[in-house]
Ligand binder design. Sequence first.
Ligand SMILES: *Cc1c(COP(=O)(O)O)cnc(C)c1O
Length: 395
Amino acid sequence: MADDQEHIVPGVRTRIMHGGHAPSAFHGFVNPPVVRASTVLFPDTQTMRGNGQKYRYGLRGTPTTDALEAMLSELEGAHNTVLVPSGLAAVTLPLLAFLSAGDHLLVVDSVYSPTRQFAGSVLKRMGVETEYFHPSIGAEGLARLMRPTTRVVFLEAPGSNTFEMLDVRAMSDVAHAGNAVVMMDNTWATPLFFRPLEHGVDLSIHALTKYPGGHSDLMLGSVSATQESFGRLRETQMAIGINGAPDDTYLVIRGLKTMAVRLEHHQRAALQLAEWLEGMPGVARVLHPALPGFDGHALWKRQFSGASGLFSIVLAGGGDTEAAAFLDALRIFGLGYSWGGFESLAVYCNLADRTVAKAPSEGPVIRLQIGLEDPEDLQRDLEAGLAAVTALRQA
Ligand SMILES: *Cc1c(COP(=O)(O)O)cnc(C)c1O
C-alpha cells in the first residue's frame, strides 16, 4: 500500500478477500493450510516449559483456526473470536462462561428455541434463573426487569421465526448500567449487515453453519468478543475442551470469500418474493424487517445495512392442516431445518414455547429461506403452495 493511502480503511469485501491469512506465511499459497493436529513438537524442554512457542496442542488452535478467527474478528470489529462445533455451542459457551449459581439471566422471548431449552435445563440445574422479556419492551421496560443479580442480557435480532427487532444500543446501555454482560445472536444479519459490538454488545454469536458456510455441508459456530470479555470466554472454551474442527473451519474460510455476493442475491430475491407475497390472498402477513409495513422496520433501517434471505409468512387462517397442504405442494423448496445454504427451504414454525411474545393469531407461520435458484421458479412454487391451501378450503 502506498504511503498516501495508509489512512484509507479498505472496504469490507477487500478485508474478507485478504484478511486472516498472509500468503507469505505459507509459501505464497493464497489460502491457509488445513492443519489437522493433536501433538505439536517442541525443540527442547525449556521451550516446552515456557510460553515462547506459538502452537502447543491441537485443541489450543492451529494456523487454520487462527485464520478464521482473525477474519471474523475483522468483520465483527472484535478483539478476538473463538470457534466451536455448532451455532448452538456458540450460544451455550458464553452463557456458561459468564453465569454462576444465583445469577439472573434476561433473554428476549423471540430467541432461537434451543437457546431457551438450554436455559430451561442446564442453566436451571446450575441455579441460574432465566426471565424472558417481550421484544417490544423497550429500554425502560428492560431497566425495570434488571436486578442486582442480573449478570447477562441475551439479545437476538431479528427474532427467530417472527423477526421482531430490538434497539440494541439502548438495551446494551441498560444492561451495562446494571453491570450485566450483553450477548447477541447475530446469525440472521451476518457481520456484513450488522456489527453488534459497535452498538454496545460485548459478545456477538454466529451459527457459521448458515450463510458463512453457505452450502449446507458443515456445522460451526463463533463468538466474537470485546477485549474485556474475551479472556473469560477463551478460558472457558479451553476448560470445556472444544474448538473448530480443521475441515469445517477451512470450509467456512472458503465460504466467507463468496458470502457478500451470495447475500446480495439472497437479499434481493427474498425481498422481491416477500413484496409479492404481501399482495397475495391467502397470506395474512409477511414478517420481513425490510418491508416498510413491518412493525420493526424503522429499527431495522436505523441499525442494519441489509437483510438476508430468511423471513416468514402468516397464512390467512387455518392451522396444522393448511400448513401441511402448503408445504407438501412445494417442489423446489425443501422441507428441512437450518438455512443460509444455496437451496430454498420451508418449515412450519412451532411458536408454542413463547412466554410473553405470543405467536401471530391470524394463522400458521411458515418460515422461508430463499436460496440462489431463479426467483421466478420459487414464486411459481409458492403459488402452488397457496393454491393447495385454497383447494383445501373449497373441498
Ligand atoms: C441455526 C441457529 C443457531 C444454531 O446453529 P447450529 O449450527 O445449527 O447449531 C443459533 N442461532 C440461530 C439464530 C440460528 O438460526
